[in-house]
Design a protein around this ligand. Sequence first.
Ligand code: LRH
Ligand code: MN
Ligand code: MN
Length: 387
Amino acid sequence: MNTLTPDQLTALERQSIELPSWAFGNSGTRFKVYGTPGTPRDPFEKIADAAQVHKHTALAPTVALHIPWDMSDFGDLRKHAEDHGVTLGTINSNTFQDDDYKFGALTHEDAAIRQKAIDHHFECIDVMDATGSRDLKIWLAEGSNYPGQADMRGRQDRLNDSLQKIYARLGDDQRMVLEYKFFEPSFYHTDVPDWGTSYAQVASLGDKALVCLDTGHHAPGTNIEFIVMQLLRLGKLGSFDFNSRFYADDDLIVGAADPFQLFRILFEVIRGDGLNNPDVTFMLDQCHNVEDKIPGQIRSVLNVQEMTARALLVDRDALAAAQRSGDVLAANAVFMDAFYTDARPALAQWRESRGLPADPMAAYAASGYQQKIAADRVGGVQAGWGA
Ligand code: LRH
Ligand code: MN
Ligand code: MN
């Protein structure tokens, strides 16, 4: 059972997972940001580090940027990325670090502040034109802390109006993905708290607007794979932000907290034809507060690959037969057999057959890159998030 078929290996070979540039910067909690020796000092060094992940795994050919954290000459950055064997991916907007947005950005009562936030998104679309990126990802920190503080209905209407304006600026081959999050930094209400709200907003815009599902943005106990199934069924799942959570929006390594949940999500992705589907971007959205960042990202993409392999191993014919006949325990056994199958030895062998290191973590550790950047770089930057 743990030998992967040629079809399964082809699916795995085509898999790609976008890395977030901010994963390579220093990050932490509101209590402390620890510096890590060798941390990038600019977006160019972040890209060079991301390229190491791709070099050792062949899994991460694109890097997402955050504006304004990664402001640079984007023509130069694009060339730099290509010279390092990667390309620039999703552009993330940021309306959560400006005093003007204390009471909202795209939802603000004041038309001038709304326009400022819309203009920021226009600027992000200009960046996409320069980088060749397809997707604009919008996550909004907007909401309220106290009942009665805000007119939730009015904010929803203004949000729709602002999004219409941003949508109208997208090029023919560009898309917008709207990310939801049920709390934080607002604690009473969030303007885009759940997939239903994101779906309602993007459905009213058109085909180029889709939902982004961040696995860390749900209440404990939420059946995330059901949401994956539903969004794929509706043709509205644009992208994933993968990470793990134990308690809040922890942004820990994907598959670390609950590998079985990751398996269940990937099974629904495969079931819904979302694997290696160009319309469904796989991205990481993580921070590495105490571990080294490059191996943290290598571990993460390998976790996704290993769990994808296990999800591909589900015998779907046997599962369907058991489901049809109402054999509850047989159906569950088919599912669990695949989950409990360790695909790592087969994947190691397969990597070697493709000229990749059997153990990318060990290969990176032996490469000397970490020591080199620690010696060369002094004063690396904070990720911009989590301080
Ligand atoms: C918000 C979020 C969003 C941001 C990123 C830094 O919690 O998940 O995707 O852009 O973190
Ligand atoms: Mn996210
Ligand atoms: Mn988040």
